[in-house]
Design a protein around this ligand. Sequence first.
Ligand code: DQA
Length: 142
Amino acid sequence: MHGPNLNLLGEREPAVYGRTTLAEIDAALAATAGAAGHQLDSLQANAEHVLVERIQAARADGTALILINPAAFTHTSVAIRDALAAVALPVIEVHLSNPHSREPFRRHSYVSDLAVGVVCGFGADSYRYALDAALRRLATAA
Ligand code: DQA
């Protein structure tokens, strides 16, 4: 799951977020997950309620794990945090940039303490590393 403004990846502040588009990231993740025998569903939304509703749906649709870059909602959204707590699935938080090396308001996450892990600072590769961790976790859980 991808939060607000991540639909602009590739064009948005490329010095911070790189040149890889969200479509390229999603395609690579889906291919890697598929090769490992898993299905990866992607959703990007600029609206908080759309993300909350998708997280809620994960309670009953067979989702095994949530990979999420909440983007700006990381730092603001009690609603997304509460939804993740409600579904009680493993969560891996992802960021392209390293929020800890940026403005002070990015240092607090409403999600990190619920997450099994956080991957940040590696650009588009953050998603790749997070998926690798997710697949290892799912293989161990199986
Ligand atoms: C981000 C970091 C957030 O602070 C920011 O609001 C984003 C993207 C990242 O992936 O680096 O939109 O989540």
